[in-house]
Design a protein around this ligand. Sequence first.
Ligand code: NAD
Length: 300
Amino acid sequence: AHPSVAFIGLGNMGGPMAANLVQAGVAVSGFDLSAEAVAIARSKGIETVTDPLEAVATSDVVLTMLPSGQHVLSAYQDSPGLLSAARPGTIFLDCSTINISEAQQAAELAERAGFRAADAPVSGGVVGAEAGSLAFMAGGRPEVFEEIRPLLEIMGGRVVHCGGSGLGQAAKLCNNMILGVSQIAVAEAFVLGERLGLDHQALYDVVSNASGQCWALTTNCPVPGPVPSSPANRDFTPGFAGALMAKDLTLATNALQDQGVDAQLGRLAAAIFSEFAQGPGARQDFSGIIETIRDNSHHP
Ligand code: NAD
Protein backbone atom coordinates (compact mmCIF):
# COMPACT_ATOMS: atom_id res chain seq x y z
CA ALA A 1 0.00 0.00 0.00
CA HIS A 2 1.12 3.54 -0.64
CA PRO A 3 2.00 5.81 2.27
CA SER A 4 -0.85 8.09 3.34
CA VAL A 5 -0.56 11.78 2.50
CA ALA A 6 -1.52 15.01 4.27
CA PHE A 7 -1.85 17.36 1.29
CA ILE A 8 -1.43 20.99 2.33
CA GLY A 9 -2.23 23.54 -0.41
CA LEU A 10 -4.98 22.49 -2.83
CA GLY A 11 -4.60 25.35 -5.34
CA ASN A 12 -4.21 25.28 -9.12
CA MET A 13 -1.43 22.70 -8.89
CA GLY A 14 -2.09 20.97 -5.54
CA GLY A 15 -5.78 20.31 -6.26
CA PRO A 16 -5.26 18.18 -9.38
CA MET A 17 -2.10 16.54 -7.94
CA ALA A 18 -4.06 15.44 -4.85
CA ALA A 19 -6.91 14.24 -7.06
CA ASN A 20 -4.50 11.99 -8.98
CA LEU A 21 -3.24 10.48 -5.73
CA VAL A 22 -6.83 9.73 -4.66
CA GLN A 23 -7.54 8.18 -8.09
CA ALA A 24 -4.56 5.87 -7.58
CA GLY A 25 -5.89 4.71 -4.22
CA VAL A 26 -3.65 6.77 -1.94
CA ALA A 27 -5.25 7.82 1.38
CA VAL A 28 -5.21 11.64 1.17
CA SER A 29 -6.29 14.12 3.78
CA GLY A 30 -6.32 17.60 2.27
CA PHE A 31 -6.20 21.11 3.69
CA ASP A 32 -6.22 24.63 2.26
CA LEU A 33 -6.83 28.01 3.87
CA SER A 34 -9.08 29.01 0.97
CA ALA A 35 -12.70 27.85 1.17
CA GLU A 36 -12.88 27.95 -2.62
CA ALA A 37 -9.88 25.65 -3.06
CA VAL A 38 -11.39 23.26 -0.49
CA ALA A 39 -14.75 23.22 -2.27
CA ILE A 40 -13.12 22.43 -5.64
CA ALA A 41 -11.00 19.71 -4.04
CA ARG A 42 -14.04 18.09 -2.43
CA SER A 43 -15.85 18.10 -5.76
CA LYS A 44 -12.93 16.08 -7.14
CA GLY A 45 -13.28 13.45 -4.42
CA ILE A 46 -10.53 14.65 -2.09
CA GLU A 47 -11.32 14.34 1.62
CA THR A 48 -10.51 17.55 3.44
CA VAL A 49 -10.13 18.52 7.07
CA THR A 50 -10.61 21.87 8.81
CA ASP A 51 -7.54 21.43 11.01
CA PRO A 52 -4.30 20.68 9.11
CA LEU A 53 -2.77 19.16 12.23
CA GLU A 54 -5.43 16.45 12.13
CA ALA A 55 -4.32 15.52 8.59
CA VAL A 56 -0.65 15.51 9.62
CA ALA A 57 -1.27 13.38 12.71
CA THR A 58 -2.75 10.55 10.64
CA SER A 59 -0.39 10.59 7.62
CA ASP A 60 2.98 9.15 6.60
CA VAL A 61 3.91 11.99 4.24
CA VAL A 62 3.20 15.71 4.64
CA LEU A 63 3.14 17.17 1.14
CA THR A 64 3.10 20.97 0.84
CA MET A 65 2.22 22.78 -2.43
CA LEU A 66 2.22 26.42 -1.39
CA PRO A 67 2.94 29.76 -3.10
CA SER A 68 6.33 30.65 -1.59
CA GLY A 69 9.08 29.66 0.80
CA GLN A 70 7.69 31.90 3.53
CA HIS A 71 4.40 29.99 3.34
CA VAL A 72 6.24 26.69 3.66
CA LEU A 73 8.46 27.76 6.55
CA SER A 74 5.60 29.29 8.51
CA ALA A 75 3.31 26.31 7.87
CA TYR A 76 6.08 24.06 9.27
CA GLN A 77 6.85 26.04 12.39
CA ASP A 78 4.11 28.56 13.26
CA SER A 79 2.52 27.57 16.48
CA PRO A 80 1.00 25.17 16.16
CA GLY A 81 2.95 24.17 13.05
CA LEU A 82 2.78 21.03 10.97
CA LEU A 83 6.02 19.77 12.56
CA SER A 84 4.37 19.77 15.99
CA ALA A 85 1.72 17.26 14.96
CA ALA A 86 3.60 14.67 12.93
CA ARG A 87 4.13 11.03 13.89
CA PRO A 88 7.65 9.57 14.18
CA GLY A 89 9.00 8.57 10.75
CA THR A 90 6.98 11.17 8.85
CA ILE A 91 8.46 12.52 5.60
CA PHE A 92 8.03 16.24 4.95
CA LEU A 93 7.87 16.61 1.17
CA ASP A 94 7.71 20.12 -0.25
CA CYS A 95 6.75 20.39 -3.93
CA SER A 96 6.41 24.20 -4.05
CA THR A 97 8.90 26.28 -6.05
CA ILE A 98 10.92 28.19 -3.44
CA ASN A 99 14.42 29.55 -2.81
CA ILE A 100 17.11 26.88 -2.54
CA SER A 101 18.14 28.28 0.85
CA GLU A 102 14.53 28.13 2.07
CA ALA A 103 14.21 24.53 0.88
CA GLN A 104 17.34 23.62 2.81
CA GLN A 105 16.05 25.47 5.86
CA ALA A 106 12.70 23.65 5.67
CA ALA A 107 14.46 20.28 5.46
CA GLU A 108 16.70 21.19 8.40
CA LEU A 109 13.70 22.17 10.52
CA ALA A 110 12.04 18.83 9.78
CA GLU A 111 15.20 16.86 10.48
CA ARG A 112 15.93 18.73 13.68
CA ALA A 113 12.40 17.85 14.84
CA GLY A 114 13.27 14.18 14.22
CA PHE A 115 11.57 13.72 10.84
CA ARG A 116 12.78 13.17 7.26
CA ALA A 117 12.49 15.63 4.39
CA ALA A 118 12.78 16.13 0.65
CA ASP A 119 12.20 18.91 -1.88
CA ALA A 120 10.56 17.99 -5.16
CA PRO A 121 9.47 20.99 -7.24
CA VAL A 122 7.70 20.35 -10.52
CA SER A 123 7.46 21.61 -14.03
CA GLY A 124 4.62 21.00 -16.44
CA GLY A 125 2.03 23.48 -15.15
CA VAL A 126 -1.64 22.94 -14.45
CA VAL A 127 -2.01 20.82 -17.60
CA GLY A 128 0.72 18.47 -16.37
CA ALA A 129 -0.76 18.42 -12.86
CA GLU A 130 -4.15 17.38 -14.25
CA ALA A 131 -2.69 14.79 -16.61
CA GLY A 132 -0.35 13.34 -13.98
CA SER A 133 2.55 14.05 -16.31
CA LEU A 134 4.56 16.55 -14.22
CA ALA A 135 8.35 16.44 -14.19
CA PHE A 136 9.64 16.13 -10.61
CA MET A 137 13.15 17.22 -9.63
CA ALA A 138 13.94 15.92 -6.18
CA GLY A 139 16.52 16.74 -3.53
CA GLY A 140 17.14 14.81 -0.34
CA ARG A 141 18.65 11.59 0.98
CA PRO A 142 18.49 8.68 -1.51
CA GLU A 143 16.56 6.43 0.90
CA VAL A 144 13.95 9.14 1.46
CA PHE A 145 13.68 9.66 -2.29
CA GLU A 146 13.09 5.94 -2.84
CA GLU A 147 10.20 6.04 -0.35
CA ILE A 148 8.46 8.97 -2.01
CA ARG A 149 9.24 7.97 -5.60
CA PRO A 150 6.03 5.88 -6.06
CA LEU A 151 3.92 8.88 -5.02
CA LEU A 152 5.80 11.19 -7.39
CA GLU A 153 5.34 8.67 -10.20
CA ILE A 154 1.57 8.81 -9.72
CA MET A 155 1.57 12.61 -10.09
CA GLY A 156 4.34 12.84 -12.67
CA GLY A 157 5.76 11.35 -15.80
CA ARG A 158 9.44 11.99 -15.19
CA VAL A 159 11.09 11.83 -11.78
CA VAL A 160 14.78 12.67 -11.29
CA HIS A 161 16.70 12.52 -8.02
CA CYS A 162 19.11 15.46 -8.35
CA GLY A 163 21.10 15.07 -5.13
CA GLY A 164 20.92 16.33 -1.57
CA SER A 165 18.60 18.79 0.10
CA GLY A 166 17.69 21.80 -2.09
CA LEU A 167 19.10 20.33 -5.29
CA GLY A 168 15.64 19.65 -6.72
CA GLN A 169 15.00 23.40 -6.50
CA ALA A 170 18.47 24.03 -7.92
CA ALA A 171 17.77 21.93 -11.03
CA LYS A 172 14.43 23.64 -11.58
CA LEU A 173 15.90 27.13 -11.32
CA CYS A 174 18.78 26.29 -13.67
CA ASN A 175 16.34 24.90 -16.24
CA ASN A 176 14.04 27.89 -16.05
CA MET A 177 16.96 30.29 -16.33
CA ILE A 178 17.93 28.62 -19.62
CA LEU A 179 14.29 28.76 -20.72
CA GLY A 180 13.84 32.45 -19.83
CA VAL A 181 17.01 33.46 -21.66
CA SER A 182 16.29 31.31 -24.71
CA GLN A 183 12.68 32.51 -25.07
CA ILE A 184 13.94 36.11 -25.19
CA ALA A 185 16.65 35.19 -27.70
CA VAL A 186 14.13 33.47 -30.00
CA ALA A 187 11.74 36.44 -29.76
CA GLU A 188 14.52 38.94 -30.53
CA ALA A 189 15.56 36.90 -33.57
CA PHE A 190 12.00 36.81 -34.92
CA VAL A 191 11.57 40.57 -34.51
CA LEU A 192 14.91 41.16 -36.25
CA GLY A 193 13.84 38.73 -38.99
CA GLU A 194 10.57 40.66 -39.45
CA ARG A 195 12.49 43.90 -39.88
CA LEU A 196 14.81 42.27 -42.40
CA GLY A 197 11.89 40.93 -44.41
CA LEU A 198 12.37 37.29 -43.41
CA ASP A 199 9.26 35.14 -43.52
CA HIS A 200 8.37 33.57 -40.12
CA GLN A 201 8.08 30.11 -41.64
CA ALA A 202 11.39 30.41 -43.50
CA LEU A 203 13.20 31.49 -40.35
CA TYR A 204 11.55 28.67 -38.42
CA ASP A 205 12.46 26.07 -41.05
CA VAL A 206 16.10 27.10 -40.95
CA VAL A 207 16.59 27.54 -37.20
CA SER A 208 14.58 24.49 -36.12
CA ASN A 209 17.06 22.39 -38.12
CA ALA A 210 20.13 24.38 -37.18
CA SER A 211 22.14 25.14 -34.05
CA GLY A 212 19.63 27.70 -32.76
CA GLN A 213 17.10 24.90 -32.24
CA CYS A 214 15.52 24.89 -28.75
CA TRP A 215 12.22 24.31 -26.88
CA ALA A 216 11.43 28.04 -26.93
CA LEU A 217 11.38 27.78 -30.73
CA THR A 218 10.06 24.31 -31.56
CA THR A 219 7.38 24.03 -28.85
CA ASN A 220 6.75 27.58 -27.71
CA CYS A 221 7.31 29.44 -31.01
CA PRO A 222 6.46 33.11 -30.28
CA VAL A 223 4.82 33.79 -33.68
CA PRO A 224 1.64 32.13 -34.96
CA GLY A 225 1.92 29.59 -37.75
CA PRO A 226 5.03 27.44 -37.61
CA VAL A 227 3.99 25.53 -34.43
CA PRO A 228 0.17 25.48 -34.37
CA SER A 229 -0.03 24.46 -30.68
CA SER A 230 2.17 27.30 -29.39
CA PRO A 231 0.53 30.05 -27.26
CA ALA A 232 1.22 32.68 -29.97
CA ASN A 233 -1.61 31.05 -31.96
CA ARG A 234 -4.14 31.80 -29.19
CA ASP A 235 -3.24 35.35 -28.14
CA PHE A 236 -0.64 34.09 -25.68
CA THR A 237 -3.06 32.26 -23.43
CA PRO A 238 -0.71 30.36 -21.10
CA GLY A 239 1.06 28.05 -21.23
CA PHE A 240 3.44 29.27 -18.66
CA ALA A 241 2.29 32.62 -17.29
CA GLY A 242 4.67 35.59 -17.22
CA ALA A 243 4.13 35.97 -13.46
CA LEU A 244 5.43 32.45 -12.86
CA MET A 245 8.48 32.94 -15.09
CA ALA A 246 9.21 36.21 -13.26
CA LYS A 247 8.92 34.40 -9.92
CA ASP A 248 11.24 31.56 -10.94
CA LEU A 249 13.83 33.96 -12.36
CA THR A 250 13.77 35.96 -9.13
CA LEU A 251 14.56 32.73 -7.27
CA ALA A 252 17.35 32.06 -9.78
CA THR A 253 18.70 35.57 -9.26
CA ASN A 254 18.74 35.01 -5.49
CA ALA A 255 20.78 31.83 -6.03
CA LEU A 256 23.16 33.64 -8.42
CA GLN A 257 23.65 36.33 -5.81
CA ASP A 258 24.22 33.81 -3.00
CA GLN A 259 26.78 31.93 -5.11
CA GLY A 260 28.46 34.99 -6.63
CA VAL A 261 28.00 33.72 -10.19
CA ASP A 262 28.63 36.18 -13.02
CA ALA A 263 25.46 35.29 -14.93
CA GLN A 264 24.68 38.44 -16.86
CA LEU A 265 22.04 36.94 -19.14
CA GLY A 266 20.22 35.25 -16.26
CA ARG A 267 19.99 38.53 -14.39
CA LEU A 268 18.88 40.40 -17.48
CA ALA A 269 16.19 37.83 -18.24
CA ALA A 270 14.95 38.17 -14.65
CA ALA A 271 14.70 41.96 -15.02
CA ILE A 272 12.97 41.69 -18.42
CA PHE A 273 10.34 39.23 -17.17
CA SER A 274 9.78 41.13 -13.90
CA GLU A 275 8.84 44.18 -15.94
CA PHE A 276 6.74 42.06 -18.32
CA ALA A 277 4.85 40.61 -15.34
CA GLN A 278 4.00 44.05 -13.99
CA GLY A 279 1.47 44.52 -16.79
CA PRO A 280 -0.90 42.18 -18.65
CA GLY A 281 2.10 39.90 -19.25
CA ALA A 282 1.53 38.50 -15.75
CA ARG A 283 -1.32 36.39 -17.09
CA GLN A 284 -0.03 35.88 -20.65
CA ASP A 285 2.27 33.12 -21.74
CA PHE A 286 5.85 34.31 -21.24
CA SER A 287 6.50 33.99 -25.01
CA GLY A 288 4.32 37.14 -25.26
CA ILE A 289 7.59 38.96 -24.47
CA ILE A 290 7.94 39.21 -28.27
CA GLU A 291 5.20 41.89 -28.27
CA THR A 292 7.18 43.99 -25.79
CA ILE A 293 10.29 43.64 -27.95
CA ARG A 294 8.29 44.75 -31.02
CA ASP A 295 6.72 47.67 -29.14
CA ASN A 296 10.08 48.85 -27.82
CA SER A 297 11.80 48.64 -31.21
CA HIS A 298 12.47 51.92 -32.98
CA HIS A 299 11.73 52.61 -36.58
CA PRO A 300 15.01 53.61 -38.20
P1 NAD B 1 -2.04 28.58 -6.00
O1 NAD B 1 -1.96 29.96 -5.49
O2 NAD B 1 -3.09 28.22 -7.00
O3 NAD B 1 -2.20 27.55 -4.77
C1 NAD B 1 -1.56 27.70 -3.54
C2 NAD B 1 -2.58 27.34 -2.45
O4 NAD B 1 -1.96 27.37 -1.18
C3 NAD B 1 -3.75 28.32 -2.38
O5 NAD B 1 -4.97 27.61 -2.58
C4 NAD B 1 -3.64 28.90 -0.96
O6 NAD B 1 -4.92 29.16 -0.36
C5 NAD B 1 -2.92 27.80 -0.24
N1 NAD B 1 -2.25 28.17 1.01
C6 NAD B 1 -1.44 29.22 1.26
N2 NAD B 1 -0.95 29.14 2.51
C7 NAD B 1 -1.46 28.01 3.06
C8 NAD B 1 -1.33 27.36 4.32
N3 NAD B 1 -0.56 27.86 5.29
N4 NAD B 1 -1.99 26.20 4.52
C9 NAD B 1 -2.77 25.68 3.55
N5 NAD B 1 -2.94 26.23 2.34
C10 NAD B 1 -2.30 27.39 2.11
O7 NAD B 1 -0.60 28.24 -6.59
P2 NAD B 1 -0.18 27.04 -7.59
O8 NAD B 1 -0.27 27.52 -8.99
O9 NAD B 1 -0.92 25.81 -7.18
O10 NAD B 1 1.37 26.91 -7.25
C11 NAD B 1 1.86 26.23 -6.10
C12 NAD B 1 3.36 26.13 -6.20
O11 NAD B 1 3.71 25.41 -7.38
C13 NAD B 1 4.08 27.49 -6.31
O12 NAD B 1 5.26 27.43 -5.55
C14 NAD B 1 4.36 27.62 -7.79
O13 NAD B 1 5.50 28.42 -8.05
C15 NAD B 1 4.62 26.17 -8.17
N6 NAD B 1 4.37 25.87 -9.59
C16 NAD B 1 3.27 26.33 -10.22
C17 NAD B 1 3.07 26.05 -11.57
C18 NAD B 1 1.84 26.55 -12.29
O14 NAD B 1 1.80 26.45 -13.53
N7 NAD B 1 0.82 27.05 -11.62
C19 NAD B 1 4.00 25.26 -12.26
C20 NAD B 1 5.12 24.75 -11.59
C21 NAD B 1 5.29 25.08 -10.24
